[in-house]
Ligand binder design. Sequence first.
Ligand SMILES: C[S@@+](CC[C@H](N)C(=O)[O-])C[C@H]1O[C@@H](n2cnc3c(N)ncnc32)[C@H](O)[C@@H]1O
Length: 221
Amino acid sequence: MKPWEVLARAPAPDGGEFVLHHRDGEFVIRVRGQELMSSRAHGSEEAMARLASAALGAVPLPRVLIGGLGLGYTLRAMLEGLGADAQVVVAELAEAIVSWNREPLAHLAGRPLEDPRVRVEIADVRRVMRSAAPWHAILLDVDNGPAALTRASNASLYDSPGLAAAHAALAPQGVLVVWSAGPDERFTARLVHAGFTVETHPVRAGKGRGTLHTLFVARRR
Ligand SMILES: C[S@@+](CC[C@H](N)C(=O)[O-])C[C@H]1O[C@@H](n2cnc3c(N)ncnc32)[C@H](O)[C@@H]1O
C-alpha cells in the first residue's frame, strides 16, 4: 500500500494543527494524529440532508443552515434536494477547512461552494444560528454527537439551553437534524423537552455497510 502523502498543514481553531493527507484518491484530515474527517465513507452525512429535504417539503424560499462544512458532502446532498430559490448558509469554524474545500478538496462533493445558493461564514454555528434566524432547517454535524465531543464548547449546542436556542431560531414547523456517532436517549428526551417531535434514524456510514450512526430529526412543535 502507498504511504500517506501530506498535502497541507494549517492551524486548527483550538490551537492544534490540521494535517491534510492523501493516498490513492482518499483524503483524510487529522489533528495530533487523530482522524477527524475522511472521504472514505459519507453515507450518513448525505442521509442527514435527504432527511432534512424530506421534512422541509415544498416550502417557498427555504433558508437552511449547515454547521459545519467538513468535506462538503452534507452541503452537496442538501443542494440536490433544494430548488433555485433556496438559500444555504454554511457555518464553519475553521478557515483552513473552507479554503481546502475550494482547493484541493473541491472535487470530492462536486464543488458545492461554487453554487450561487451557498454562502459560507467562518464562524461558530451557535452564533450564525442566532444572528440570521429564522431557518427552515438547521443541520448540525460539528462533532461526534451530543455525548461524544471533540470540542468542549460544542456541548452548549446539545444541552437544554442550546436546544432551546435552536428551537427559537427555527421557523414554525422548522426542522433540526443532528448527526451522532450513536443513539442517545437522554438527548432525545432533551429534544422533546425543548419542544420538538423527534424521530431517530440509524444510518450506515457506507453504502449499506460500515459503522451505524444515528440521525435525529427534530421538528418544531
Ligand atoms: C464531521 S465534520 C462535518 C462533516 C460534513 N457533514 C461533511 O459532509 O463532510 C465537522 C465540521 O464542523 C466544524 N466545526 C466544529 N465545531 C464547529 C462549530 N461550533 N461551528 C461551526 N463549525 C464547527 C469542523 O471544523 C468540521 O469542519
